[in-house]
Design a protein around this ligand. Structure first.
Ligand code: NAD
Length: 486
């Protein structure tokens, strides 16, 4: 078995581990200190095309798509067991690639195992439905069938979680797939392919290509033999993928970015609101699609709340993935760090008030990593760059509102619609606001929890389609109507 840290035979095509056709490799370095984590294969278009051909053959052969959904469910349950058994290895690999704290990676691995368990149990429970024809002389049913070959393209912030949300329902549905994880964080995808093989996934059903998006990912988006492209990543890349997929009219599922409002009413429990406002934005240094990047606070609470958030943000300890005292970690790359610097500079030029942060931390432990201080930008103006663009970093913007209508209007004033939260001591108001928010997930007096059995996805330009839940399985299925004249 190859391992991410000692072999460049890290493409998995048609049941075999291979090096890239052109012999190219890529070094993976830990964002916290630049240490070399792995040297992996850097695929070319040829590799990606071979992977698509393998997935196509495995689907058209017919054995896999017509296999028992219960058996596929059992396979997923075995994967969950392997993930639980090898959790330490997976979590360590994830933390080395992302720089994320080990405790967060461990938490993610539990969620990933739960995702495989959920789809393992869901597979086979619902194959379709009988439809009333209105006459005794005919019978009719709608049956769910696999979509076919799926191209999967995923980001670096939750590398294996985003993969699991696609791979588990695809297997449950009986699809075959080619996975292209982020070129920055491939290690746990490699480990997952090993786990799938150990669990009994037939050759060709699951294929892995590693490499740059424009080179390798684009093949999955445009190839006529790919029936569905499922993408998680940034809005701009999502638009590119939609355009690449259009000529072949394949199904497209998009999980894109967010600029997520966190609405705090004056009657909210103060300590709860402060705690969640901090974790909402500073978890994983803000590199979370559903991060609570926009604090929208009722006028009369503004000063007290923001003062406390600033005070607490200044005490957040920053460090590497294995530093026991660290509360948050680095950004993924030097390029991403520079983007955050530009974002803050531009926001301040536009009139935002920098309350804390706004730079790199000082000290020996930070010199080789991509660290940025927890940052709070106060008094940002509606419609400004600071509140419309996703920073994807540890930057909290603060806006004020007067009453309930004003809060809803401001929270919905974004072209994104991924997630939002409302903090209030009034349960009826919480429900009213939750119902009016145009966002795919709404939390009340909480932030970030999600469930594998509940759909996840975006309104507006945060995406198309849903992951997780029954709807998440549906993305990987076609509905066929069979009508018989008796
Ligand atoms: P990205 O769009 O830069 O890259 C995502 C993936 O797309 C990578 O695998 C990349 O190689 C590939 N890619 C890039 N260009 C491509 C092209 N032309 N053709 C095909 N593939 C291409 O995003 P990122 O920086 O890796 O991730 C951060 C973004 O992901 C943020 O915007 C974040 O909000 C979003 N995200 C959304 C969710 C969600 O559930 N909605 C979850 C996680 C991350």
């Amino acid at each position: 078995m190859p391992h991410a840290d000692n072999s460049a035979a890290t493409l998995f095509i048609d049941g075999e581990w291979r090096t890239a056709a052109g012999g190219h490799t890529r070094e993976i370095r830990c964002p916290a200190d630049g240490t070399l984590v792995a040297t992996v294969a850097e695929a070319s278009r040829t590799d990606a095309e071979q992977a698509v051909a393998a997935a196509r053959r495995a689907f058209d052969d017919g054995a896999w798509p017509s296999s028992s959904a219960w058996d596929r469910g059992d396979l997923l349950l075995r994967v969950a067991d392997i993930l639980a058994r090898d959790k330490a290895e997976f979590a360590r690999a994830e933390s080395l690639d992302t720089g994320k704290r080990l405790v967060e990676s461990e938490f993610d691995m539990d969620d990933i195992a739960a995702c495989f368990r959920y789809f393992g149990k869901l597979a086979g429970t619902d194959s379709g439905r009988v439809v009333d024809t209105g006459t005794p002389d005919a019978i009719s049913r709608v049956q769910y069938e696999p979509v076919g070959v799926c191209g999967m393209i995923t980001p670096w912030n939750f590398p294996l979680l985003q993969v699991a949300w696609k791979v588990a329902p695809a297997i449950a549905a009986g699809d075959t797939f080619v996975l292209k994880p982020s070129e920055l964080t491939p290690s746990t995808a490699i480990l997952l392919m090993q786990a799938l093989t150990e669990a009994g996934l037939p050759a060709g059903v699951g294929n892995l290509v590693l490499g740059a998006g424009a080179e390798v990912g684009s093949v999955l988006a445009e190839h006529p033999d790919v029936d569905l492209v499922s993408f998680t990543g940034g809005l701009h890349t999502g638009r590119t993928i939609s355009a690449l997929a259009a000529p072949t009219v394949k199904k497209v599922a998009l999980e894109l970015g967010g600029k997520n409002p966190n609405v705090v009413f004056a009657d909210a429990d103060f300590d709860t609101a402060v705690d969640f406002a901090l974790t909402a934005i500073f978890l994983h240094s803000g590199q979370v699609c559903s991060a609570g990047a926009r604090l929208i606070v009722q006028d009369e609470l503004h000063d007290q709340l923001v003062d406390e958030i600033v005070r607490r943000a200044e005490r957040i300890r920053i460090g590497g993935p294995f530093d026991d005292d660290a509360e948050t970690g680095p950004l993924i790359s030097e390029g991403h760090l520079r983007k955050i610097e530009d974002y803050v500079a531009k926001s301040v030029t536009e009139g935002a008030v920098l309350r804390t942060g706004g730079g790199r931390p000082e000290g020996e432990r930070y010199v080789d990593g991509h660290f940025y201080l927890p940052t709070v930008l106060d008094e940002v103006q509606q419609g400004s760059y600071a509140v419309t663009e996703e920073s994807f970093g540890p930057v909290l913007t603060v806006e004020r509102f007067t009453d309930e209508d004003d809060a809803v209007r401001i929270a919905n004033d974004t072209h994104y619609g991924l997630a939002g939260a409302v903090f209030t001591g009034d349960p009826a108001k919480a429900q009213r606001v939750a119902n009016r928010l145009r966002h795919g997930t709404v939390w009340i007096n909480d932030f970030h929890p999600y469930l594998p059995q509940a759909e996840w996805g975006g309104f507006k330009q945060s995406g198309i389609g849903r992951e997780l839940g029954r709807g998440g399985l549906g993305e990987y299925q076609e509905a066929k109507h069979v009508y018989q004249n008796l």
